[in-house]
Design a binder for this molecule. Structure first.
Ligand code: HEC
Length: 199
């Protein structure tokens, strides 16, 4: 009898643990009534993909200050990517921009990231909400709610024609690129572009 009770108590405890764990890692996109995206505030607990330093898309434009951009993805989608080499519905990728600082504390050379976030952008796949391209971009100027970039914005065309997997820049995410190669999910446009580069 006591054994049985202990067993039941154990099962109950495990279910509670499982429930709380799934609720902290599940991240479904949330929108406001007027179609803005709510910031997934726990994104810093998501999977880290990479940091770009001073990345620029034009040959000129030598900025007078350095910038970092950090990319995070929700854990469920990362897991799916590992299995399939591409993104499932409800994927959210967060790009967080921070300034570069130098010479503080014991640092003499090189740069570290500023405490202040200078900008956040989200690239989200939501097939029901965005039936045309499946993906949309949001910019968070004021922090908590993001405005949708309209379909004609340059975000869509650049990501579409240069992103290595499903309009995302997997070629710059070192843990994902080998998976995409193995699962042969690299886009035709990207393969063509990289073949031309090698010539
Ligand atoms: C000329 C090309 C280009 C344009 C235009 C562009 N991006 Fe990107 N974007 C990139 C590159 C390259 C990366 C990879 C950056 C890195 O590794 O840090 C990226 C990464 C991102 C990411 C991280 C997730 C992903 O899809 O890989 C987000 C979010 C993002 N961009 C948002 C935007 C938004 C919003 C706009 C429009 C306002 C925009 N981008 C316009 C080239 C572009």
């Amino acid at each position: 009898m006591t054994n049985k009770l202990l067993f039941l108590a154990g099962v109950l405890l495990l279910s509670v643990v499982a429930l709380t764990q799934s609720s902290t890692s599940t991240a479904a996109p949330e929108y406001t009534a007027d179609g803005k995206l709510k910031l997934p505030e726990q994104y810093r607990e998501w999977v880290y993909l990479s940091t770009g330093l001073d990345m620029s898309y034009t040959a000129d434009g030598n900025a007078d200050h350095h910038m970092f951009d950090n990319v995070f993805v929700n854990p469920e989608s990362y897991k799916k990517f590992k299995e399939t080499g591409t993104w499932p519905d409800k994927t959210m990728l967060v790009l967080e921009v921070r300034g570069a600082e130098s010479r503080a504390s014991i640092n003499q050379r090189g740069n570290f990231q500023s405490g202040e976030v200078m900008g956040i952008e989200v690239h989200i796949k939501d097939e029901a909400k965005f039936p045309n391209g499946k993906w949309a971009f949001f910019g968070f100027d004021d922090g908590k709610v993001g405005n949708l970039f309209p379909a004609g914005a340059s975000c869509y065309s650049c990501h579409q024609s240069h992103g290595a997997v499903d309009t995302t820049f997997v070629q710059f995410y070192p843990t994902l690129m080998p998976i995409a190669k193995e699962k042969t999910t690299l886009s035709a446009a990207y393969l063509k572009e990289s073949a031309q580069e090698k010539k």
